[in-house]
Design a binder for this molecule. Structure first.
Ligand code: CA
Length: 221
């Protein structure tokens, strides 16, 4: 799952980026409003974390511009305790939730899951296609007649990307997009390597290869 973090404070930004990476989100971090707007035009995000006090265009302008295009992307505002007016304007302007600084990373992650859940199921407590079930909190995957398996952060991201849309074929590029943030080195055979690991843990028929196109998990029957 890919997250855009818009935050000009270097300490907060670095801490959030590290926490998101630990939680298996591919994260891109921009530090001002204009970069945020440029970025959302060219890249799909599953969720945006938006600071309100930004240099140049502030967070509310960014929010308004994003919603003006009809983009329903889940969006969580990060803001200072004293900025009540801005917070309310943010909610009125189409933010899905807000979090007061300083916040606990565990709370941030829980709020993100809650927003994703409300906005269309991608953050639902468990994702399943009827064959394999993935728990985003524990990062455990299970299939019938096998012991539950603990997944690595990247295995989790890959399987999650497939399970969000069972039956859809995702190309190598699309999978890499969901797994890696900007500046992260992508090994040429990384996707195959992760799929090999998942099949070893969950059985070979869990993920299907569609020759020349990519990979998929089956639709629920
Ligand atoms: Ca700020």
């Amino acid at each position: 799952m890919r997250v855009l973090l818009v935050e000009d404070d270097p300490m907060i930004g670095a801490a959030v980026q590290a926490a998101l990476k630990d939680a298996s989100y591919a994260t891109d971090w921009v530090r001002d409003g204009l970069s945020a707007l440029t970025t959302v035009r060219t890249q799909h995000y599953d969720l945006i974390l938006l600071d309100l006090g930004l240099p140049g265009r502030d967070g509310l302008e960014v929010l308004t511009s994003i919603r003006a295009t009809g983009d329903p992307v889940p969006l969580l505002i990060l803001t200072a305790r004293d900025a009540l007016d801005a917070r309310l304007q943010g909610l009125d302007g189409g933010a899905d939730d807000y979090l007061l600084k300083p916040f606990d990373m565990a709370e941030l992650l829980a709020r993100m899951r809650a927003v994703l859940r409300r906005k269309g199921g991608t953050g639902s407590p468990a994702l399943t296609n009827g064959m394999v079930t993935l728990d985003p909190v524990t990062k455990m995957a299970s299939v019938p007649d096998r012991e539950s398996a603990a997944l690595s952060a990247r295995e989790f991201s890959l399987l999650q990307a497939l399970l969000i849309r069972p039956g859809a074929i995702l190309s190598r590029r699309e999978l890499e997009d969901r797994i890696y943030g900007w500046g992260e080195e992508v090994e040429s055979n990384a996707v195959e390597f992760l799929i090999h690991g998942l099949r070893r843990k969950l059985g070979t028929d869990v993920i299907r290869n569609v020759r020349g196109l990519g990979w998929m998990v089956s639709k629920p029957t």
